[in-house]
Structure formats: C-alpha cells, structure tokens
Design a protein around this ligand. Structure first.
Ligand code: SF4
Length: 386
C-alpha cells in the first residue's frame, strides 16, 4: 500500500464528523459500547479492556459551523468546547455511550457538568489526575480514581474487567506507543520523507480506529514512507508546542511546512505520547498504569509540574534529541494551560539560545497568510543568523 492510499484513508476518517467507522464498529455487535474522550490524557487501556472503543473527540475543526454551541460558552474562549457541544446537539455523538473529560482546565471541567445535564443517559466522568507525584499520596489517590473508572465502565457494559484483559490491553497500547514513536523518530531523522500533515492525519486516525487497526496503519506507513522518494527542501527544523487540546486546522500545519519549517516534533494529540515508556505487564496492571503516569510521563503544560526547575526540560530535551533549530509556540486562543506555561518555556529556551516565535489559532482559523509570513520569516532568520 502506498503512502498516498494510507493517507487518503486517514483523511477520510478526519473529514467524517459523523464518525461512521466508529458507528460501524459498534453496530457489528449489540453488546459493544463506545466511550468518547476529550484530548490530552485518559487511560485508554481500561476502556479497551472492557471491550469498548475509546473514541477521541477533538472538536468540530474548521468544517463545522457552530450555532447552538455559542449559546453555552462566552464567545471569547477557545472553540473546542463550543464545537463539541455542537457535535452533541446535532446528534453526531448519539451513538456514544460514555464521555470522559480529562482534568486539564476549567473549560473542560465545566463541559463535563454540562454534558451530564444535556445527555443524562450517557455515562459521564470527569477524569481527575494527581498534581503531585509521591506514591504514598498521589499513587494511592490515582489508583482509586482508576478503580472508580473501571467500576463505572463495568456497570455500563455489564462486564468484568479482569487483570488479564488489562495486561493484554496494556501490551497493545505499548505497541501503539512504540509505533507512534517510530513514526516520530523517522520524521525527525528524515522530515522530507514524512510530511507533517501526513503524520498528523496518521495520529488522528488513531483517535477513531480500534488500536489494533491503528497499529497496522502505522506499520504500513512506516514501510511505505521509507521506500518513497520525495524532494528534500532547504527547510529548518522546528518543534511545535502548545497545541495539545484544540487542534489547529490542517492548513495551518501545511502552511508552517510550506513556509520553510520541517516540524520534527509536536504535541498534537498528546495522549499518544503522554507515557514515555512501555507500561510493565507484570504485577498489578492498575498500579502499573498509575506508576507510569506518576513517574514516566512527559512534563508538558498539560501536566502539573511541581518543581520549577523541571519546567521546560522536556521541551528542551525534545529540541536536543531531534536536532531542532527553533520552537514555534502555537496554542489555541484563550488556552489557559498552554498560554500560562508559555513564558516559562520561553525563558528556558532563552537560557539555551533556542530561537522561538509564538502565535495563536482557533480550530477554524482560515487566514493563513499571516502564519505563513511569520513562519517564513522565522525560518529565514534561522538560516541566516543561527
Ligand atoms: S483549548 Fe485549552 S482552555 Fe480550551 S478546553 Fe482545551 S485545554 Fe482548556
């Protein structure tokens, strides 16, 4: 299969706001359930172990006109909660049996309460995560949180989630993380062979496909992309930071590359790369998931960092590992977590002479000319003076 065929399929999944593939998965067996989650992090292993499909809900993008959703939130805040409400009210999520709202900001927390009121028949959970990382405090708390999630899903599906099923699901997600990291490593080493729009669409496919299918798509892409000859541009290498929740429009990702920047790392769909290592398969699978979150997860603006000296170290290590020549801070307008952390991240880049620029976007931003000009000037300045 060629990269064009693989990416055409991923693009079709991306464009489909009716979630046809997830509906078909569910319709194949009357016992099947689908659990939606907002971006950032939820332990999909537990949903998978319950025999359910985790379904990433990443807003309506630039294809959806928000009409009803604007009445629920102030017009100046980020767009993802409003377009997600629009998805719900226009019945595009009427097949979803449960929704998880990860702990990331007030907007998502409020959305979880609104969802409960608007869709009382849906299982809704605000999924809280620790903000400190000692095992005897945060570990105990988080293990209880995971067990409560498990109990909720068991009740919803009339199933029992066994330790064996959890281990099997963890192994499948370990494989998913390995393949995703392999795609990111491949792009970092040979960015001309894996355009960022393609990598993005590959990752988006993982939000809606069963993980086993996504693993196959990633494997096929790695094989096809390695074989394909593509022109090498005189682009500089940059890391994208701050785009972990509301997603930029595809044209923005494309524009950055066309303006002269190869994206060699990014934090789009951070859930894919939140856990840094394989989660161990021996021992208690819930304790293992908890320990992975506490001790082997990426320090980003989406995860509370309890030591000032650690802020920005993960971004810095990414810049060094990928050989990036600069950072583009790009976040959704009004995104508290990303925009609050940005000055501290910028300071860390200053300390190490890493050039950066910053701008904001909305998922339906349409005017790309200013982005192209900014990214193009940034690329030129790196080429000329770095
Ligand atoms: S874009 Fe930022 S502020 Fe908006 S819901 Fe997501 S994390 Fe919260």
């Amino acid at each position: 299969m060629s990269t064009a065929e693989i990416i055409a399929r991923c693009q079709a999944l991306y464009d489909d706001l009716d979630f046809t593939s997830a509906r078909e998965w569910k319709n194949a067996d009357p016992k099947r359930k689908v659990i939606g989650y907002m971006p950032v992090y939820v332990p999909r292993e537990i949903i998978h172990a319950a025999g359910m499909l985790p379904l990433g809900i990443l807003g309506g993008g630039d294809q959806m006109e928000v009409i009803h959703g604007d009445a629920y939130y102030q017009s100046y805040i980020c767009r993802i909660p409003r377009s997600t409400i629009e998805l719900g009210l226009t019945k595009k999520l009427d097949f979803v049996d449960g929704m998880l709202f990860p702990s990331i900001c007030d907007v998502i927390r409020n959305l979880s309460g609104m969802w409960q009121l608007m869709f009382p028949d849906t299982y809704v959970r605000y999924f809280d995560v620790p903000q400190t990382y000692q095992d005897h405090i945060a570990g105990e708390y988080y293990i209880e949180e995971l067990k409560e999630l498990m109990a909720g899903l068991e009740k919803l599906g009339g199933v029992t989630i066994t330790a064996e099923a959890l281990r099997e699901s963890t192994a499948i997600y370990n494989e998913n993380r390995r393949l995703i990291n392999a795609v990111y490593d491949f792009r970092a080493k040979q960015p001309s062979k894996a355009p960022s729009v393609e990598v993005y669409l590959l990752m988006r496919a993982g939000m809606v496909l069963p993980v086993e299918e996504h693993n196959q798509v990633l494997t096929d892409y790695l094989a096809a992309a390695a074989e394909e000859e593509r022109p090498l541009r005189d682009n500089c290498k940059i890391v994208i930071n701050g785009a972990f929740c509301e997603q930029p429009p595809l044209n923005l990702i494309r524009s950055i590359e066309m303006a002269g920047c190869y994206i060699v790392d990014d934090d789009y769909m951070l859930i894919n790369r939140w856990l840094l290592d394989d989660v161990p398969l021996e021992g208690d699978p819930i304790a293992n998931l908890s320990a992975a979150f506490l001790h082997a997860s990426a320090d980003t603006a989406a995860k509370y960092c309890d030591r000032a000296e650690d802020v920005g170290q993960y971004l810095l290590s990414t810049v060094k590992k990928t050989g990036a020549e600069g950072v583009i801070f790009t976040a959704p307008s009004f995104c508290d977590p990303a925009l609050l952390e940005r000055p501290m991240l910028a300071d860390r880049m200053d300390e190490h002479d890493v050039p950066y620029i910053s701008f904001k976007y909305a998922e339906n931003s349409g005017q790309m000319q200013p982005i192209r000009e900014q990214a193009g000037t940034f690329a030129d300045s790196i080429k000329l003076w770095s």
